[in-house]
Design a protein around this ligand. Structure first.
Ligand SMILES: *[C@@H]1O[C@H](CO)[C@@H](O)[C@H](O)[C@H]1NC(C)=O
Ligand SMILES: *[C@@H]1O[C@H](CO)[C@@H](O)[C@H](O)[C@H]1NC(C)=O
Ligand SMILES: *[C@@H]1O[C@H](CO)[C@@H](O)[C@H](O)[C@H]1NC(C)=O
Ligand SMILES: *[C@@H]1O[C@H](CO)[C@@H](O)[C@H](O)[C@H]1NC(C)=O
Ligand SMILES: *[C@@H]1O[C@H](CO)[C@@H](O)[C@H](O)[C@H]1NC(C)=O
Ligand SMILES: *[C@@H]1O[C@H](CO)[C@@H](O)[C@H](O)[C@H]1NC(C)=O
Ligand SMILES: *[C@@H]1O[C@H](CO)[C@@H](O)[C@H](O)[C@H]1NC(C)=O
Length: 739
């Protein structure tokens, strides 16, 4: 049985991806079944393909006792067993049962009931190469606990409850290449552990409640290729945390609490190829954050709830960068024309979908000569500014059918590509993002407030601010000042700062403005408003309801922006059914469907508004008889208010569209396509309220949440059939977290 190389690597990281090649199996079964000795009842004993961690192919005598609810190791195993699979049983002890299996190379004890590593006698298994112990209930790894496994190359001990690892716990494991310690309860990462692991190439240690790293934290790991620090609570990375990781190629910080790019710590990782910073509360990519990373090939900056802007010089001298992902950042409004400077010519793919970008500055296209494809869908795209979009004509637009114009209103909802090259849309006046800041701001005294007026336009618009006294703010010093990027800043707020501030934007093509009313120390406190729900349409099988919060004093009635709602739920009830569902905050209409004809329903909406008591509005509605066609009801509770309402509806509709789009942006993941109903932005999408589906709908939202929290899975190398040199694990495609 001479070992020969085979390009496919059987990834043992997850149980689901461990099936074997059925055809080969049958072949081997026929050939070798006879040669195996005694086979324990219910187990399958046969020769199967087996791959070393270096992807070297072997044939191995395999005893497969997976999923048998065994409580002990089967007796009388054949002494020539090489692979013993005992996954998903109820074994909690391993004594000397395996002491004669001197040729055992793989032992799978994952998903069993081990509570202590001392219940696991492995001292005679010196040939063991791979040991699976994930999903047990181990809590500690004391010093020297695995010392006899001198040939071990892969140890999977993830998804246990380990909270303590002795400084010499890995003593004896000098050949270990791969260590999975993720999803345990470790609160620190002790550099002493790694002194016994000089050959380690892959370390997965994420999903542990580790809040900080120390300098020289991984120093002994001079051969590490891939480090996964995902799902921890890291807020800050010390400058020398990665000192000594001279061969690191792949690094993941997925789902941590970093508020800025840890550029000092990344500086010396000179071979880094893949970097994942997804899902961190970074608000801004600053000049020089990614600079001189000479071998970086792929960079991911996705799913950052706080990311607002990418500054000039953010991506600088990255000569091997091929792919850049900046997706699912719901507040990313600004991409500087000079974001990419000097030596980024290899960049081929840039993903910018599901952000809040109205446009990509023309200069960006000019500074990326190697660009071949781009994604832009699910952004509030401006389809005027045609001169600016010229750079796009030679690129492949990913998901072109889902890439729609949002403004100007005349072409809103049209396919972005259809509008390209329309000369009448050449002008590019300033446009302020509707979510730049709220219409009202309540502050206490002695606060610091910064208001950023996110605006697009070409030529780059000028910004100025006007105070409540009608004066233009000019200085960059003083208590009320302008910051270099055009934000207004008020330091140490005083009562006299109360009033309306206006952001004025202009360029040669036009102007735009937006204002905010600031209340310091409770001046002009608003009255508590009242929630009002009305039926809009009543049919035999569906009812459309609509709602507002009205804040009024005397004759002037104001509608509270839904952005101030913190949660909303709707309940539909009659003696036969009763369902409750969460309502997306941004919508103001609901289509209750699949109702019975001629039936009375009570519908209640409960809304919580920030810093106010929650409010409820209920109404009783009886569906039409089956023969009736749709009637428009429109019966507000209070007639006095209906006039005010009517005049507000137009404005609200527009807001609802934009807000609704925003809602979806946030829930899409990189690579997903848009739903059909987004194709016409002039139509207010109505959520269906369909009793049997409510749970599904919620389940789906839950699932989306879960999947984002879920342990991200490794992408196994698929097409790439590589022949790594013996002694090295192939890291070329493998170790990025999937967002
Ligand atoms: C294991 O072998 C011993 C001795 O040959 C025998 O007594 C015992 O019944 C065997 N156990 C099983 C489960 O076959
Ligand atoms: C273990 O492997 C060696 C070398 O492959 C072989 O010579 C020996 O017979 C095997 N031992 C057993 C108990 O099968
Ligand atoms: C197994 O290990 C124990 C203790 O290390 C030793 O006494 C025993 O001889 C070993 N058995 C075999 C078959 O090597
Ligand atoms: C970075 O590399 C330089 C030169 O290789 C070295 O002098 C310096 O000490 C390193 N710093 C860190 C933090 O690793
Ligand atoms: C401002 O706050 C101070 C101290 O809390 C209070 O005495 C004063 O009445 C407040 N003024 C207004 C206008 O609310
Ligand atoms: C409400 O849903 C029903 C059933 O899905 C549909 O026929 C009806 O057109 C919808 N009403 C509105 C106003 O969208
Ligand atoms: C709806 O009807 C129920 C029972 O018939 C009644 O208790 C409730 O007050 C009514 N609600 C409204 C808003 O009229």
């Amino acid at each position: 049985m001479s070992p020969h190389l085979l390009g496919v690597r059987m990834d043992g990281a997850t149980h689901q991806t461990r099936p074997c090649l059925p055809l080969m199996l049958i072949l081997f079964q026929l050939t070798f079944f006879q040669s195996m000795g005694f086979c324990p009842p219910q187990c399958v004993c046969e020769t199967r393909p087996w791959f070393t961690p270096q992807s070297v192919y072997h044939e191995a005598k395999t005893v497969d006792c997976n999923d048998l609810l065994l409580t002990r190791i089967p007796e009388n195993l054949s002494v020539d067993t090489q692979v013993l699979l005992l996954q998903s049983n109820k074994i909690s002890q391993l004594g000397w049962e395996l002491q004669e299996l001197t040729n055992l190379t793989e032992l799978d004890l994952s998903q069993n009931h081990f509570q202590s590593i001392e219940d696991l006698s492995v001292s005679n298994l010196s040939r063991l190469i791979t040991l699976y112990l994930e999903e047990n209930q181990l809590t500690e790894l004391p010093d020297y606990c695995l010392k006899d496994l001198e040939n071990l190359e892969e140890l999977y001990i993830n998804h246990n409850q380990i909270n303590l690892i002795g400084p010499r716990a890995f003593s004896g494991l000098g050949k270990l290449l791969r260590l999975h310690l993720n999803a345990n309860r470790l609160s620190i990462i002790d550099p002493r552990w790694f002194q016994d692991l000089p050959n380690l190439e892959i370390l997965m240690i994420g999903e542990n409640p580790v809040t900080s790293l120390q300098n020289l934290n991984f120093q002994p790991l001079g051969r590490l290729h891939s480090l996964v620090l995902a799902g921890m609570e890291l807020e800050y990375i010390p400058e020398n945390a990665f000192f000594g990781l001279d061969y690191l190629e792949s690094l993941s910080f997925f789902d941590n609490r970093l508020t800025e790019v840890p550029k000092e710590a990344l500086k010396n990782l000179s071979l880094l190829k893949f970097l994942d910073l997804n899902k961190n509360p970074i608000s801004r990519i600053r000049s020089g954050d990614f600079k001189d990373m000479l071998h970086l090939e792929e960079l991911s900056l996705n799913s950052m709830e706080d990311l607002e802007r990418i500054d000039a010089g953010a991506f600088k001298n990255l000569p091997e960068l091929v792919k850049l992902e900046i997706c699912n950042n719901p507040w990313l409004t600004y991409l500087d024309p000079d974001s990419f400077v000097t030596n980024v010519g290899s960049l081929k793919t840039i993903l910018l979908n599901n952000n809040r970008l109205p446009m990509v500055p023309q200069k960006v296209f000019k500074s990326l000569p190697g660009l071949t494809e781009i994604s832009l869908y699910s952004n509030p795209l401006r389809c005027d500014c045609q001169n600016n979009w010229k750079g796009l004509s030679s690129l492949r637009l990913i998901e072109a059918q889902a890439t729609l114009c949002t403004s100007p209103p005349l072409v809103s909802g049209h396919l972005f590509q259809e509008i390209q090259g329309q000369a009448w849309l050449n002008r590019c006046p300033p446009l302020i993002d509707t979510h730049s800041f709220p219409a009202q701001l309540h502050l206490s005294k002695h606060q610091l407030v910064t208001l950023t007026c996110h605006a697009s336009g070409n030529p780059k618009p000028e910004i100025y601010w006007v105070t409540p006294h009608g004066e233009r703010v000019t200085g960059s010093s003083g208590r009320v000042r302008i910051r270099p990027e055009g934000s207004l800043q008020i330091m140490d707020t005083l009562e006299e700062d109360s009033g309306s501030y206006m952001c004025q934007i202009w360029n040669s093509d036009g102007t735009d403005s937006k204002s905010v009313v600031i209340h310091v120390n409770g001046t002009q406190e608003q009255e508590v408003g009242s929630l009002m729900m009305v039926t809009k349409r009543v049919h035999s099988s569906f009812v459309v309801v609509e709602w507002k919060i009205l804040v009024g004093s005397g004759s002037s009635t104001n509608v509270l922006a839904p952005a101030q709602w913190s949660s909303a739920t709707m309940r539909i009830h009659n003696p036969h059914i009763s369902y409750t569902a969460k309502v997306p905050l941004e919508i103001q209409e609901y289509n209750l469907t699949h109702l019975q004809p001629s039936t009375k329903y009570e519908v209640c909406l409960t809304v919580s508004v920030l810093s106010r008591p929650s409010q409820q509005s209920c109404l009783n509605v009886t569906t039409k008889e089956p023969s009736f066609s749709i009637t428009v009801a429109g019966k507000p509770v209070s007639i006095a208010l209906s006039a005010a309402l009517a005049s507000l509806i137009a404005g609200l509709c527009m807001a609802a569209i934009i807000i609704y789009a925003g809602y979806h942006l946030r829930h899409k993941s990189c690579g997903h396509s848009l739903k059909k109903y987004m194709q016409r932005a002039s139509f207010i999408p109505l959520n269906e309220f369909y009793p049997p589906l409510i749970n599904l709908w919620e389940a789906e939202v839950e699932k989306e949440k879960e999947s984002s929290l879920e342990q991200p899975t490794l992408i196994p190398p698929q097409e790439e059939k590589t022949f790594p040199t013996v002694g090295q694990i192939d890291t070329s495609k493998t170790y990025m977290w999937q967002p």
